[in-house]
Design a protein around this ligand. Structure first.
Ligand code: PLP
Length: 453
């Protein structure tokens, strides 16, 4: 999509961007030749503006993170107040700060079960790398240093640092620079019966259980799982699956890491995604919605057993980021969580889930190419199929990308995942009327795509 160049300032920025800005998770050639399709300047609620003041609906909360919506001045004030007090304070070796302490306590009060302690990071990838290291450290302290391997899921997404990328089950991330590290394995997700021990299931050898049996439970540290897979396709776990994995982990003495980087902080209609099921994780990775994107922050929450084991260690735990427990980021997170609770945004998300379901059902009924609609809270997707064959539409049609482009032309930002999936994840402040508006634009965009066939 070429930018709609109106004013000369935008034009100048596009040229500078093309020359100097290497964009994350983007096609470098297209970025250098075509430049950005939009330069954002400001936002309010579910809306974001480009440099020319044109307004778009942010139907993805940017990168599934702006949970409380744009333009929440209270967060800017919280940052300003904290930053004015002190630039930054280290949390290494005996140093601490008030916002980080208060946030740690707040998170402990919100997190399910006995996840009562937190290690702070600056984002999701760092959180997952930390969870892997802490799980290995835990087993070492327990006298089981051989327990090092990590099992992730195919289509699972855990970030792009070397370990997080290695845990990610999306082949493109492994192919990039050939930088995967050893000790990471991937199972097919959602094989409930296999995880419960059904060896007659034809998929058995792709299950977590089969991997554990093959590698030996005494070499496996942890399983990492997103309650709902996000970037891999908004894939909902079938009933009983997460419980089956928890049971399996207990059976083999393996830690359960819930990656809540997308699901956390209200996205699924509960404060944390895992709370939709009867499952207690040993670790929980958090980021994104913890500050709604207003500041960079992540963390890993630890169960009492893990925390108590670690705090018995008398040496130095040689793992920490300069910005672990950054006071400004923590002050922003505290205000963000206060707003989520004060404004009932988890409850609103549960309410709006019904509107999203209604809207998706309408699209499915009206358009024979739309199927497989799903939403949990405001984490939603639909897929495009060939109605005659019942298979996904031919990848050469680039159906999902085209529908997303058509939406963009109509001032709605969505994201396609692969050739046939479209994800929808608006800010949790969205209203019924705003969801209806989004559905109307998607409806028109699907019609426009069908007209090209
Ligand atoms: N885990 C999940 C489930 C994610 O969706 C993401 C990012 O999209 C990450 C981890 C990585 O987070 P970050 O990009 O903040 O490093």
């Amino acid at each position: 999509k070429e930018i709609n160049v109106i004013n000369s300032k935008t034009k100048e920025l596009v040229e500078l961007d093309k020359r100097h800005f290497i964009h994350p998770t983007s096609a470098p050639k297209a970025a250098a030749e075509d430049g950005p399709s939009i330069i954002f300047s400001e936002g309010n609620g579910i809306y974001v503006n480009n440099m020319d003041g044109e307004s778009y609906i942010d139907g993805m909360s940017m990168l599934w993170n702006v949970n409380i919506g744009h333009g929440q001045k209270e967060l800017a004030e919280a940052a300003n107040e904290q930053m004015t007090k002190i630039a930054y304070s280290s949390a290494f070796k005996g140093f601490s700060n008030e916002p980080a302490i208060k946030l740690a306590e707040k998170l402990a009060s919100l997190a399910p079960g006995d996840l009562n302690a937190v290690f702070f990071t600056s984002g999701g990838s760092e959180s997952n790398d930390t969870a892997f290291k802490l799980s290995r450290f835990y087993w070492k302290l327990k006298g089981k240093a051989e327990k090092k391997k990590i099992i992730g899921m195919q289509s699972g997404y855990h970030g792009v640092t070397q370990a997080a990328q290695s845990a990610t089950g999306i082949p493109a991330t492994h192919e990039f620079a050939g930088s995967s590290v050893e000790g990471f394995y991937h199972a097919t997700p959602h094989l409930t019966n296999c995880e419960l021990g059904d060896k007659n299931d034809p998929n058995y050898e792709n299950s977590i259980r089969a991997l554990i049996e093959k590698e030996g439970a005494d070499t496996v540290a942890a399983v990492i799982i997103e309650p709902v897979q996000g970037a891999g396709g908004v894939n909902m776990p079938p009933e009983g699956y997460l419980e089956a994995v928890r049971k399996l982990c207990d059976e083999f003495n393996i830690l359960f890491i819930a990656d809540e980087v997308i699901c956390g902080f209200g996205r699924t209609g509960k404060m944390f995604g895992i709370e939709n099921w009867n499952v207690q994780p040993d670790f929980m990775s958090i980021a994104k919605g913890i500050t709604s994107g207003y500041s960079q922050l992540g963390g890993v929450m630890l169960s009492d057993e893990i925390r108590d084991t670690i705090v018995n260690y008398d040496g130095v735990m040689a793992h920490g980021f300069t910005y672990s427990g950054h006071p400004t980021a923590c002050a922003v997170a505290l205000k963000n969580i206060e707003i989520i609770e004060r404004d009932g945004l988890v409850e609103n998300t549960k309410e709006m889930e019904k509107e999203m379901q209604k809207g998706l059902a309408y699209l499915e009924e009206k358009h024979d190419i739309v199927r497989n609609c799903r939403t949990l809270g405001l984490l939603a997707a639909f897929e495009v199929y060939n109605p005659e064959t019942g298979e996904h539409l031919d990848p050469s049609l680039q159906a999902a990308a085209t529908i997303v482009d058509e939406c963009f032309d109509r001032k709605l930002i969505l994201r396609h995942i692969g050739d046939f999936r479209v994800a929808i994840a608006p800010p949790l402040v969205i209203s019924k009327q705003e969801i209806e508006k989004m559905i109307q634009i998607i409806d028109e965009s699907i019609t426009a795509f069908k007209n090209t066939l």
